[in-house]
Write a protein that binds this ligand. Structure first.
Ligand code: AMP
Length: 534
């Protein structure tokens, strides 16, 4: 017998309707030179006009609409308007290398792009390589690039003012319809797309509100510093709509002093970023009142205890870790103090919330040995971390759906090595995927090795991650010059200059006679890591 409850679909337009009806007075604030404050009552009609504008541009249902934008009110409008009208929001990281950006836009077959004017100088030179883009809508955020004289260019505000207000014309009614798309770095080859559904977005936004997760509520001022092109800004804009929190967005601000001033002026209570950002803000902290901050989420990597302790001293609270991936919406675990931690002293508590913590509702985690056996939950038996749940990808977007990333019983293989203790608390101990995470952004070791080895003066090259006080990790290249060649580290860097993104270029390049090999003749990165880790 089936239950007799209403079969209401979990879709993004219901979030907008909730925010407008119940929290119409709550604010979306955008920092930067042209700081703006708008209420949901003002934002909602703009979202509907945006949806109409997409129809006026003949963007078909199910088409991808790309965004290259900072964290701003307009980007929030795109977050809601594109999926609510049956199209797919495709956020793109403009810091990627040009070749990757072109691949991503073409792979998603983006029909229209929305670009902040301050980002246009990076994207405009790539436009000839975009095969499917028909229109480029520029959002004037104070950038000063003169608009190219090109019929494909449109202005966001003009586009919206040309529309009538009114209900969504073609709204989605299937919670399993695709809502948004985000690419993540592949270890080899091209980035892979993760395609979220309305249902996964709504469920993820709800779970963030949990008292043992981020405990977001109407009283919060939620400040996602994590870019909106990273996994839907960890779902925070949608969560703020669920609970009626004010949303505080940094806009194009990059300067630490300006950012901390913004957080202080609007009384941010919750903020989220990667460790590198929290580290960069330290010099700007003294002298600012951040006393309303009750939760500083630090995800995307490990929390360094010295950093957390600095926040505890200056701001009054330490950093709280969370673990997740683009594939997992992203939050799967977040640290919290449970009853069995009651006896811990202050330092032990700080260290504990600097670890990933237990799985949030709707998700499961397990660690599995190389021979496929689930490891005991004893906190000391490492294995590959696998995860499953309603907010976790079941396949990748596109032809290469990465089937070896999923187990036969449908769990995601994360490429992280972890332990789980008797209370379900996760610890990440290593990574099997050949990637380096620098300041929250991925660098593919294999792609970097190939770029180094495309130089005929190089015989072989291996790239490993080495720890770095600012970026968490940096790539280091171990390079063997071809016979008889007198090669310098600067030669290698010069060769990489136009081949990879500038932030991929290693500061540390070791020239050596031979790369250590394993018994099967592969490079022994373990040996290199042991030699250079410190
Ligand atoms: P991304 O898909 O770019 O969000 O990266 C996800 C990956 O970042 C994970 O598979 C881990 O390798 C790493 N990561 C994320 N959160 C943590 C954490 N709390 N501790 C250690 N590594 C993490």
């Amino acid at each position: 017998m089936r239950g007799l409850m209403q079969d209401r679909q979990l879709t993004i337009p219901t979030l907008l309707s909730r925010a407008e009806t119940n929290f119409g007075h709550k604010r979306v604030i955008t920092g930067g030179a042209g700081e703006t404050v708008a209420t949901w009552r003002e934002v909602a009609p703009r979202v509907r006009k945006l949806a109409r504008a997409l129809t006026s541009l003949n963007v078909p249902p199910g088409a991808c609409v790309g965004t290259f934008a900072w964290n701003s009110q307009r980007h929030v409008e795109l977050y809601i308007g594109i999926p609510s009208s049956g199209r797919i929001l495709h956020t793109v990281n403009h810091r990627l290398h040009h070749g990757q950006i072109s691949f991503i836009v073409n792979d998603a077959a983006d029909d229209v792009l929305f670009i902040d004017r301050s980002i246009l100088p990076v994207i405009w030179p790539l436009v000839p390589s975009f095969r499917t883009v028909r229109h480029i809508v520029v959002m004037d955020d104070g950038g000063d690039m003169p608009l190219p004289d090109d019929p494909r260019i449109l202005d966001y505000e003009e586009l919206l003012s040309a529309q009538d207000d009114g209900p969504f014309e073609n709204t989605v009614d299937d919670e399993n319809a695709a809502a948004s798309l985000c690419y993540t770095s592949g270890t080899t080859g091209n980035p892979k797309g993760v395609l979220y559904s309305h249902r996964s977005v709504v469920l993820h936004s709800l779970l963030l509100l949990g008292a043992d997760v981020f405990a977001l509520s109407e009283r919060d001022v939620v400040a996602p510093i994590v870019p909106m092109f990273h996994v839907n800004a960890w779902g925070l804009p949608y969560a703020a709509m669920q609970c009626g929190a004010d949303l505080l967005l940094p806009g194009p601000i990059k300067d630490a002093e300006e950012l901390v001033t913004l957080l202080s002026r609007y009384g941010a209570t919750f903020s989220a970023a990667v460790a590198t950002v929290w580290r960069d803000l330290i010099p700007a902290l003294p002298g600012h009142d951040l006393s309303r901050l009750r939760h500083i989420a630090c995800g995307g990597g490990a929390v360094d205890d010295a950093l957390s302790s600095t926040y505890e001293k200056i701001v009054g609270i330490p950093l709280t870790n969370a673990w997740g991936m683009t594939e997992t919406s992203p939050v799967v675990t977040t640290a919290r103090l449970a009853t069995h931690h009651d006896g811990l002293d202050a330092e032990e508590r700080r260290r504990l919330i600097g670890t990933p913590g237990p799985a949030v509702p709707l998700t499961e985690i397990r660690v599995v040995s190389d021979d496929g056996v689930e490891q005991p939950r004893d906190g000391r038996s490492p294995g590959e971390l696998q995860t499953a749940g309603a907010t976790i990808a079941s396949a990748y977007f596109g032809a290469d759906n990465g089937s070896d990333s999923f187990t036969a019983d449908g769990w995601l293989r994360t490429g992280d090595v972890a332990t789980i203790d008797q209370w379900g608390y996760l610890r990440i101990v290593d990574r099997t995927k050949d990637l380096v995470k620098s300041g929250g952004e991925w660098i593919s070791s294999v792609a970097l090795e190939n770029a180094v080895m495309s130089d005929p003066r190089v015989k072989e090259a291996a790239v490993i991650g080495v720890s770095d006080p600012r970026w968490g990790e940096r790539p280091m290249a171990c390079v063997v010059p071809a016979a008889g060649v007198n090669l310098t580290a600067d030669d290698v860097r010069e060769h990489l200059r136009d081949r990879v993104a500038s932030w991929w270029i290693p500061e540390r390049i070791e020239l050596m006679n031979e790369i250590p090999k394993t018994a099967t003749g592969k490079w022994s990165k373990q040996t290199l890591r042991r030699r250079f880790a410190d």
